[in-house]
Structures are given as structure tokens and as C-alpha cells.
Write a protein that binds this ligand. Structure first.
Ligand code: AMP
Length: 143
């Protein structure tokens, strides 16, 4: 199972935010879209960073509400691990586990084309395990 398979089911829309926007705008966008991460990108859709609910909780714990007026670029992670459509879902799972994060943007020719969250990985992994069990049940029943 590849990243392209997941994107074919879930779609390729990614909610982005430009780096000069404020944390206040980021929080509102996260809440409005019911998501946990925003890819930071300009109009050219090149990935400049990622900002997630964890980054925002961290800065709020440290500095309180004053941080809401600060820019997304001041609090995003700039060194983003990305993948492309040909990656195996298991490889993306390993990237998430080793990096201790739950989102991996999908990039083709340096342009953002999708995002994989840990929820997508778990959903597809469960479907895979269920399929394997079904094959084994059928095998046992006909043996
Ligand atoms: P998350 O678990 O995705 O909420 O992210 C936890 C931390 O990792 C936050 O500081 C994020 O900015 C950062 N992060 C999330 N996704 C990535 C990624 N693909 N590459 C690098 N850092 C990331």
C-alpha cells in the first residue's frame, strides 16, 4: 500500500497557511477545519514549514496569550520531513515513529500535493490487517 493509494481515497486537499499570518489565525483555521496541523506554504505551494497544535500549546504554556499576535513562522518547524506518492505506508509510519510527529506532507516536484496523518496510517493499516484475516479465514474454511 502506497501513499498514492491513501490520497486516492482521502483526496489531495491540504489546508495551508502563509508564514506571515499570526498564531491567532492559525488557531482559528485549525478549529474551523477540525485538523491538527497546518502546512506553512506560500502561493507557490512549496513547503516552508509545519505548525501543529503541539507547537501552539507549547508556546501558550511558555508565554501565554501574548503569543497569539506573533507570526506562524516564529513558531513553526522549518525542517519538515516529507514523502512522495510512491512511499510505502509502512515507511511513512516509521518516519512518524522515529520523528515523534503525526503528520507527513506529500511533495511531488517540490510542490505540496497531499498530507498523511497518523489517523490515515492507522485506518489503512487496520483495513490491511482485516483483509489478511479474511484471507486466512477463507483459507482455513476451504482447507
Ligand atoms: P505532531 O505530532 O504532528 O502534532 O507534531 C509534533 C511536533 O513535530 C511539532 O513540533 C511539529 O511542528 C513537528 N512536526 C510535525 N510534522 C512534522 C514533519 N513532517 N516533519 C518535521 N516536523 C514535524
Amino acid at each position: 500500500m502506497t501513499v498514492d493509494h491513501i490520497l486516492a481515497v482521502k483526496g489531495r486537499d491540504v489546508i495551508t497557511i502563509p508564514p506571515h499570518r499570526t498564531l491567532d489565525e492559525a488557531v482559528k483555521l485549525l478549529a474551523e477545519k477540525h485538523i491538527g496541523a497546518l502546512v506553512v506554504a506560500g502561493a507557490d505551494r512549496r513547503v516552508l514549514g509545519i505548525i501543529t497544535e503541539r507547537d501552539i500549546v507549547r508556546v501558550l504554556a511558555r508565554r501565554g496569550a501574548a503569543a497569539f499576535g506573533e507570526s506562524v513562522s516564529a513558531h513553526m518547524t522549518g525542517n519538515v520531513r516529507t514523502c512522495h506518492g510512491g512511499f510505502l505506508v509502512n515507511d511513512v509510519m516509521e518516519i512518524m515513529t522515529l520523528g515523534k510527529f503525526r503528520h507527513v506532507p506529500v511533495v511531488e516536484d517540490e510542490v505540496l500535493v497531499g498530507i498523511i496523518s497518523i489517523g490515515d496510517v492507522v485506518k489503512h493499516r487496520l483495513a490491511e490487517v482485516e483483509r489478511e484475516h479474511q484471507v486466512l479465514r477463507e483459507y482455513i474454511a476451504t482447507a
